[in-house]
Design a protein around this ligand. Structure first.
Ligand code: ZN
Length: 317
């Protein structure tokens, strides 16, 4: 695959963003991060999820039930992907062989947060620790602070999370029971690097190229075994230099986030302070964002019911 295909995928994301109305977009004195998940099949490319977002919601965890804490664009894209995937599973009546023919690419308008500053020397140990922590403890607090965009919070940085997805896939813990194998990224496409002076191929490679020591305490199910050609390729698309996505010092981080995904047409939500726009914390339980923990859980439970009904009727025949 040549570089122009990565340019094309980046361009798909930019054009889709430009086609959206103003709601949730940064004002003239704000910047945001753009992220897109693209599906490749037989040399054709389709944008599946498009997100923006720069913020983390901070505060006591007990007061943040049903709130999306990490609203960085990369993390929202992964959540939106789960909705898309559940739509695919539903449509295919639980038969997922065609997923093997798809490649997934993640475009991010700037380097994912953490680990790339010229002074950083800690690119190896911490992501590995983060992976261990994610898998063993099942939660993600206390390992690393999410830096860079907006107020820091205790969630893991995006590069740690991308590393985790590299191993465990984008489908998440629940959906692995249906996909049976992790859905991994084929490539990571990064834009805007010239403007932010962050272009550093070596550091990105280092941060992602972590091999898990088989002797470590990490006990991964064999379905998560990863071989050398399953690491995402990293591509910098230096010509992608759109102004809302360049983090100039005089600009503020945009507080709202946009989440769109493809599922029989576009589904979109605007997220403000970790909640669907117009919904307050009290109503979040009855009207959750579809990409919140509760929104995804509800959808998953409905999906399982449908599949069970289907299997039962097949069995009766
Ligand atoms: Zn981030």
């Amino acid at each position: 695959m040549n570089d122009s295909k990565y340019q094309l995928m980046a361009q798909l994301c930019i054009e889709k963003y430009q086609s959206l109305n103003k709601t949730g977009k940064p004002l003239d004195n704000q910047w945001t991060t753009l992220c897109g998940l693209i599906c490749e099949q037989s040399d054709s490319f389709k944008l599946i999820c498009l997100t923006t977002g720069t913020k983390c919601v901070t505060g006591s965890p007990s007061k943040l039930t049903n709130v999306l804490i990490d609203c960085h664009a990369e993390v929202l894209a992964k959540r939106a992907f789960k909705q898309h995937l559940m739509g695919l599973i539903e449509k295919s009546n639980g038969h997922l062989n065609h997923l093997d023919n798809l490649n997934w690419h993640l475009f991010i308008s700037q380097l994912p947060c953490r680990g790339f500053s010229s002074t950083s020397t800690s690119s190896i140990d911490k992501p590995l620790i983060a992976i261990r922590f994610f898998i063993s403890a099942g939660c993600n607090q206390g390992i690393s602070r999410k830096p860079g965009r907006g107020e820091p919070c205790l969630d893991a940085s995006c590069i740690d999370k991308i590393l985790k997805w590299t191993h465990l896939g984008l489908q998440g813990k629940r959906l692995i029971s249906l996909t049976r194998k992790p859905i991994r990224l084929k490539s990571l496409i990064i834009g805007n690097c010239v403007e932010t002076k962050e272009f550093d191929r070596e550091k990105v490679d280092k941060a992602l190229a972590i091999n898990i020591d088989p002797e470590s305490e990490l006990q991964l199910d064999p379905i998560f075994a990863i071989n050398d050609n399953q690491w995402p390729d990293i591509h910098f698309v230096e010509t992608i230099k759109c102004s809302p996505f360049i983090r100039f010092n005089h600009l503020q981080a945009c507080p709202s986030a946009i989440v769109c995904w493809d599922e029989n047409g576009d589904k979109c939500e605007i997220i403000v302070e970790g909640l669907k726009q117009g919904v307050n914390k009290k109503r979040a339980a009855s009207n959750p964002s579809r990409i919140s923990r509760l929104g995804l859980e509800n959808r998953f439970n409905q999906l399982i019911e449908k599949i069970c009904d289907l299997k039962f009727s097949e069995w009766k025949l």
